[in-house]
Design a protein around this ligand. Structure first.
Ligand code: SAH
Length: 214
């Protein structure tokens, strides 16, 4: 696949739209302006890559809507070299955005086919997450904890306790919580035991499922 001037033009338009919708974090906007989102869709679906829509990526999953990626990335307040854990690698697009923002990214996927495909694709495109793991995001990644930020990209019925435990003091957990629709939720760990909670309205995600799937 190629990245052409036409793709770059469509990306510029998408980034303007995200700004109109309220995204202000310049690092998020820059990353999304640079990353060819069409590389993360099956070939033949390029035309859909720069619409502000979710899209199927196989295994019953979707690549998140660009606005959702931007909104969650902005809530994380990523700084260079931050350790960020992502639950739900999926297509790898959100992973790539976090890498481009200068984070050290650790990502977990429970669907074996997506895991295999995306763990090959990301390095091929020049994105080098620290860890791409096949596993269950409900457990987090104990061996690499604690994290500056954790981002969950599937709809969680509740906030998994291990994810809270794997956050640094001052760290941020961005997680859509709910069954049919989800409330975007931000937890900030203020002390060992105290978490501040903020809510940001409704989103729709595929469900966060228990256990991994071979
Ligand atoms: N960040 C992805 C979004 C993919 S959709 C992207 O940008 O494309 C959500 C992903 O979460 C799916 O791939 C799904 O298989 C995965 N998922 C769901 N429950 C999970 C769990 N418990 N652990 C890890 N991944 C999970």
């Amino acid at each position: 696949m190629r990245d052409t001037a036409k793709h770059q033009g469509l990306r510029n338009q998408l980034v303007s739209l995200l700004q109109q919708k309220g995204i202000q974090d310049i690092n998020v906007l820059k990353a999304m302006q640079l990353i060819p989102r069409h590389f993360f869709l099956e070939s033949g679906f390029e035309d859909f890559a720069y619409q502000d829509k979710a899209f199927p990526i196989g295994a019953g999953q979707t690549i998140s809507q660009p606005y959702t990626v931007a909104f969650q990335s902005q809530l994380l307040e990523v700084k260079t070299d931050d350790k960020i854990l992502e639950i739900g690698t999926g297509s790898g697009y959100q992973t790539a955005v976090l890498c481009k923002m200068g984070a050290k990214v650790f990502t977990i996927e429970r669907q074996i086919d997506l895991y295999k495909k995306t763990s090959k694709l990301l390095p091929k495109l020049g994105f080098k997450p620290k860890v791409i793991s096949f596993g269950d995001g409900y457990k987090g990644l104990v061996t690499d904890a604690p994290f500056d930020g954790i981002i969950v990209t599937a709809g969680a019925p509740y906030i998994p306790q291990p994810l809270m435990a794997q956050l640094k003091i001052g760290g941020r957990l961005v997680i859509p919580v709910g069954e049919d629709k989800q409330i975007m939720t931000l937890l900030i760990r203020k002390t060992e035991t105290h978490f501040e909670q903020h809510e940001f309205g409704d989103f729709r995600f595929v469900p966060m499922l228990e256990d991994k799937n071979r």
